[in-house]
Design a protein around this ligand. Structure first.
Ligand SMILES: Cc1cc2nc3c(=O)[nH]c(=O)nc-3n(C[C@H](O)[C@H](O)[C@H](O)COP(=O)(O)OP(=O)(O)OC[C@H]3O[C@@H](n4cnc5c(N)ncnc54)[C@H](O)[C@@H]3O)c2cc1C
Length: 351
């Protein structure tokens, strides 16, 4: 069979890439093995416009936020689902210094920060000693639902093969590539954390980062906001909340640990003033990069092979934007932003 593109991976990157190619009437086939705990399947879906102790705006957020909102809305409309919501973040101050830092920042720039009219509003649900600030707008993308629905659609149209992609079976020709029975013009790797071992993109500066999460039932707890107090407590599904996450640069494996479970349980006991039941515990590894910028574009030495990866902690906002940019580049030769373009590693990748 012939397809314009093969996409390896159906995480948030492969999902948005398949959507952009559909919009542009390109033919493709997605190859994705069905793994339960990929980064996209474990992520909470927060799009938070500010970051760090200094509460500064995240990279490109003025462009990314409106883009992400429209992209999830229109993709959701196509699939008949609602997959993005506005969810303000209650940022509980852990120390008096953090309170001062927030107020200082708020006084300089109120685009995403506000202070509550009554700081006691959350006292019947939450333990917090130094007050809180509000981050808004912030978004919550339901990427679990989006991935599931797009997968169903692709499977129904025979556009997705649920199998392992074996790179040793890929042959690169002058005018395209061949993989098993598929001939294609190009192949794009959206393989997430396994991209670290991708033989076509060796030595890219990944800085893989593990995160653990628990799911907890808290009947009656409000689902109107995301709560941030060290960890984030995120409305998930009905009475169920997502609690996470750790950011570990050094780790032995991608499995859940007893240590995190205990931390999370203690956090809940100390923070949530309502009965709760922990119902699940998951872990995954983020395809983060040392420069904290993604890898997007075509291989500098092999022109039929491309990549959309390295989304790190921000896949929910970066993947829609860079999937579109990659498709515009492939079809209309529009430029890919220099900071994200994988061509910046030309020397490393041409060896
Ligand atoms: C705990 C945690 C919380 C997070 N929370 C957020 C958040 O709130 N907001 C946010 O923006 N980001 C968050 N992230 C980061 C986000 O999850 C990632 O940036 C994003 O999911 C990466 O998507 P991806 O498509 O590149 O990779 P993945 O989700 O890993 O998808 C890659 C896909 O490729 C498949 N694949 C790989 N190799 C092969 C092969 N050889 N054959 C077949 N299939 C293959 C895999 O099975 C997988 O389905 C979080 C991550 C973690 C771990």
């Amino acid at each position: 069979m012939y397809a314009d593109f093969i996409i390896v991976g159906q995480g948030i990157c492969g999902t948005f890439l398949s959507h952009e190619l559909q919009k542009a009437n390109q033919s493709f086939i997605v190859i994705d093995e069905s793994k339960p705990f990929t980064a996209s399947k474990v992520a909470s879906g927060i799009i938070n416009p500010v970051t760090g102790r200094r509460i500064v705006k995240t990279w490109m957020i003025d462009e990314l936020m409106p883009f992400a909102w429209d992209a999830y809305r229109s993709f959701g409309d196509k699939l008949g689902i609602d997959c993005i919501k506005e969810k303000p973040i209650i940022d509980c101050f852990a120390t008096p210094q953090m309170r001062l830092a927030f107020i200082d920042r708020y006084e300089k720039d109120q685009q995403f920060l506000s202070l509550p009219a009554n700081e006691n509003n959350w006292q019947s649900f939450l333990q917090y000693d130094f007050g809180y600030g509000i981050i808004q707008p912030a978004y919550l993308a339901d990427i679990q639902l989006l991935l599931k629905k797009q997968r169903e659609t692709l499977l129904t149209s025979s556009l997705l093969r649920e199998e392992y992609f074996d790179a040793t079976q890929l042959s690169i020709k002058e005018d395209g590539i061949e993989y098993k029975d598929i001939s294609a013009a190009k192949i794009i790797f959206c393989d997430g954390v396994t991209g670290y071992d991708n033989p076509f993109f060796p030595n890219l500066p990944y800085g893989l980062n593990k995160g653990e999460v628990i799911l907890v039932e808290i009947p009656g707890f409000p689902d109107t906001h995301i709560i941030k107090k060290g960890y984030s407590l995120v409305p998930w599904n009905g009475n169920t909340f997502w609690l996470g996450s750790t950011y570990l640069w050094e780790f032995d494996d991608d499995k859940p640990t007893k240590g995190f479970y205990q931390f999370a349980e203690n956090w809940l006991k100390q923070t949530v003033k309502m009965p709760f039941t922990i119902i699940d515990h998951m872990a995954s590894v983020r395809p983060a990069t040392l420069e904290r910028k993604p890898f997007v574009g075509m291989h500098p030495a092999i022109n039929n092979i491309g990549i959309l990866n390295g989304m790190g902690t921000k896949g929910c906002s970066l993947a829609p934007f860079f999937a579109k940019q990659l498709v515009d580049h492939l079809l209309y030769n529009k430029p890919i932003m220099a900071d994200a373009n994988v061509q910046r590693f030309k020397k490393v990748l041409s060896r």
